[in-house]
Design a protein around this ligand. Structure first.
Ligand SMILES: Nc1nc2c(ncn2[C@@H]2O[C@@H]3COP(=O)(O)O[C@H]4[C@@H](O)[C@H](n5cnc6c(=O)[nH]c(N)nc65)O[C@@H]4COP(=O)(O)O[C@H]3[C@H]2O)c(=O)[nH]1
Length: 541
């Protein structure tokens, strides 16, 4: 059995084994951050795809509208076809359109003249149109060498007029990364007007017939998303845009580094929170709380000896705690912990209950035998404490004066509470002992105010006997002081015969306590001691 003797107890003192769960949660936090960042980037990318599609659609629709308007304009010419006045008329009309760069006239399936090139000397026959719309418009994609050699452009014709669509329709679209591409099609995707970005025919076909990948959000390379946007109204064209490097796979190494750093930070914070939660659950403080609730504390007793006779006149009850995880924890640690965490009142009650149960027979059989119980200052402010003791004493048939409450004053502020409460204790017949006399605030200046029955001289003075220390000098002063006091004087920490002799010589009525006689032992051992007294030396040896 090992003893825990931490110097500064904390409610969150770490258990020995730091759980691997904290580490795991840190890792999970990192992965989670990467997933969240991935999904956030994807949602932005989806928005961007829609914006991009919208831009393509609006240009396509504008080009379409201008084609139709320019053809309508051409059809309204009052001049004979290809006459100088007719071509002048067409030229004037061109000024109104951004995306139409020429308008021509058709005769027997060939171009006869155009606003840009005038009357053509060699008529150019038109190939079959790529598409014929229900309302009678013919469409050519990349019509080559028409109206002049070396020229190619899209064209739309109706009746005897043909409009040539400018190359600039799809310039200055929003800039896109190379892994984003798009296709402009008819509604049923049966005709492809234009492709954008790095996409070949096979990929276009696959894209137009493909379903959305339901697991696109997984951070796995090679996943894709696409968006489809169609125009409203009579002319329906659709844009399908695809992103083939999703989320974190489409960003630079710099961003990767930033994400990983954020991931680790987030993971670290998560890990800390988890550790903190686990710590709360497994801390020394929470173990103590459980031990008090389940009354798992026990009590050991150290005999108090009338030095002159060697007779055991009483015992001091000392709390003990053996925790499954932390082992045997020192009372210096767990009492301080209980005081800091408002657990001391419950702890004291458990100790008092166990002590009276353990010591009942010895107390009832010998009315001059007494038991000392340590109280903390917070116990004195517990308004129910006195009635709790009264009930117990009555139930066990013990006399009030057989109980001594040992009180230590740890601050000047304690004085008033101590003096008020101890008066009530004394009035009821209980005895009060001023513990650790000579240390801290515990001194003679207010001893009379307390009306204590007993003072306990701290073991640091007893253990100074035979040394040249300042404590030895102070002890001599204490002997002079107690000579005239009408109260019991207890010397604690007597470890050798020399100390006992020294005390006996100067204070023959003193009571002693220490390893010279016995270490703290269980109730049963106290029973045996009582049968073998008077004690002169350590009975444990
Ligand atoms: N070196 C040395 N030490 C000796 C000798 N004889 C006894 N001791 C130790 O001195 C301490 C005496 O108790 P204390 O001054 O009331 O000091 C106690 C008391 O202030 C507190 N304590 C213990 N039980 C309780 C309790 O039930 N309630 C409260 N409020 N405090 C308690 O914890 C303190 C420490 O208790 P323990 O570790 O049991 O330590 C005990 C005891 O084991 C000796 O000859 N030499």
């Amino acid at each position: 059995m090992h003893r825990v003797s931490q110097p500064a107890p904390s409610f969150f003192t770490l258990p020995k084994k730091m759980h691997w769960m904290a580490l795991l949660s840190g890792l999970l936090g990192t992965i989670l951050t990467i997933c969240v960042v991935h999904v956030v980037i994807i949602s932005h990318e989806r928005e961007f795809l829609l914006e991009y599609s919208e831009a393509i659609l609006s240009r396509a629709l504008k080009a379409n509208k201008e084609s139709r308007l320019s053809l309508k304009f051409a059809s309204q010419s009052p001049y004979p076809q290809c006459s100088p006045q007719d071509m002048g008329y067409l030229r004037t009309g061109l000024w109104d359109f951004d995306f139409i760069h020429d308008i021509g006239r058709l005769k027997n399936g060939a171009i006869e003249c155009s606003a840009g090139w005038g009357l053509l000397t060699h008529q150019r026959n038109l190939p079959h149109s790529s598409e014929l719309t229900p309302d009678g418009y013919q469409f050519w994609k990349q019509l080559k060498d028409i109206p002049k050699e070396g020229i190619s452009s899209d064209a739309v014709a109706q009746g005897n007029s043909i409009a040539f669509v400018s190359h600039y329709v799809f310039t200055n679209l929003p800039r896109v990364p190379e892994f984003i591409s798009a296709v402009l099609t008819t509604k049923r995707s049966d005709y492809i007007y234009q492709t954008f970005g790095d996409i070949n025919k096979q990929q276009t076909v696959a894209l137009l017939s493909g379903e959305q990948d339901p697991f696109f959000w997984l951070p796995i390379e090679g996943r894709k998303i696409h968006t489809e946007l169609c125009s409203q109204g009579s002319t329906v064209v659709c844009t399908t845009a695809v992103d083939s490097q999703l989320g974190i796979f489409g960003i630079s190494y710099l961003y990767h580094t930033v994400i990983i750093v954020i991931g680790f930070l987030f993971g670290g914070i998560t890990s800390l929170l988890v550790s903190f939660a686990r710590l709360r659950k497994h801390s020394l403080g929470s173990h103590l709380k459980k031990a008090i609730e389940k009354k798992l504390l026990h009590v050991q007793y150290q005999p108090k000896i009338q030095l002159q006779t060697g007779e055991v006149v009483g015992v001091e009850a000392l709390a003990r705690w053996n925790d499954d995880t932390y082992g045997a924890v020192s009372p210096d640690v767990f009492i301080a912990l209980a005081e800091q965490n408002n657990l001391i009142k419950s702890l004291t009650k458990v100790i008092v209950e166990k002590t009276l149960m353990d010591m009942r027979d010895y107390l009832v059989n010998n009315e001059s035998f007494f038991v000392s119980i340590n109280l903390s200052i917070q116990d004195l402010t517990d308004t129910q404490f006195l009635s709790f003791i009264d009930d117990l004493v009555e139930r066990h048939g013990i006399k009030q004066e057989q109980l001594i409450f040992e009180i230590t004053e740890r601050s000047a502020a304690d004085q008033e509470a101590m003096s008020n409460t101890t008066k009530q204790f004394i009035k009821k017949g209980y005895q009060v002992s001023l513990d650790d006399f000579g240390t801290g605030y515990s001194n003679l200046s207010w001893l009379s105010a307390l009306e204590a029955d007993e003072i306990k001289i701290d073991k640091m003075f007893t253990q100074a006997i035979g040394t040249d220390s300042i404590n030895q000098n102070m002890l001599n002063g204490i002997f002079q002081l107690i000579e005239n006091l009408k109260m019991h004087v207890v010397f604690e920490g007597i470890e050798d015969q020399c100390a006992e002799d020294y005390i006996l010589e100067r204070s023959p009525d003193a009571i002693g306590q220490g390893w010279l006689y016995s270490r703290p032992v269980n109730a049963e051992a106290i029973g045996q001691l009582l049968t073998t007294q008077p004690l002169r030396k350590d009975s444990n040896e």
